[in-house]
Write a protein that binds this ligand. Structure first.
Ligand code: HPA
Ligand code: MG
Length: 174
């Protein structure tokens, strides 16, 4: 594909199964008035599938997106910026932040602190993939699809140099 070999790590069926599990775990905590905030761009496919799985277990989330960029050295002090903000009110909402992959944790730490500083009554985090070995910031996800091996992965919304977001599975670039 595009001169690169992609070795599948998590298949469409694997992903579909884990998303149903995540929706069940989210529903088990009986959230009310839930606002899903997807972190662009990588989470758009996961968010789309997760909200439909949430519907199947009886939840009715509202959905917003935020676009964040992170710069800097990979340290906790690295800079995260809002590229495009959410449109609605956060105060008083129970927010579920959704991202494709949790690595250093700087972006998700920023996103969670941002939601809480705006008066969210809760700010839980759901990620498809967790690369725990890469963590820099102090943060954990509340809902994790898969523990991810320490490879650069693409597909299912995730890219390398803007390519491969359209793949329906998650693979490793080899
Ligand atoms: N793949 C794609 N995007 C990413 C990754 C990855 O492994 N890690 C952080 N952003
Ligand atoms: Mg991302």
């Amino acid at each position: 594909m595009r001169g690169k070999t992609i070795e599948p790590l998590f298949t469409e069926a694997d992903i579909a199964r884990e998303i149903e599990r995540l929706a069940g775990e989210i529903a088990a905590r009986k959230p009310e008035n839930i606002l899903v905030v997807g972190v662009l761009k990588g989470s758009f496919v996961f968010t789309a599938d997760l909200i439909r799985a949430m519907h199947r277990v009886g939840l009715a989330p509202e959905v917003e997106f935020i676009s964040l960029s992170s710069y800097g050295s990979g340290t906790v002090g690295g800079d995260v910026r809002i590229v495009r903000d959410v449109e609605g009110e956060i105060a008083g909402r129970k927010v579920l932040i959704v991202d494709d992959i949790l690595e250093s944790g700087r972006t998700l730490r920023f996103a969670r602190d941002l939601m809480l500083s705006r008066g969210a009554t809760g700010a839980e985090i759901a990620v498809l993939l967790d690369k725990r070995m890469r963590r820099v910031a102090e943060i954990e996800a509340d809902y994790v699809g898969f523990d991810c091996p320490d490879h650069f992965v693409v597909g299912y919304g995730m890219d390398v140099a803007h390519a491969f977001r359209e793949l329906p599975f998650v693979g490793r670039v080899v």
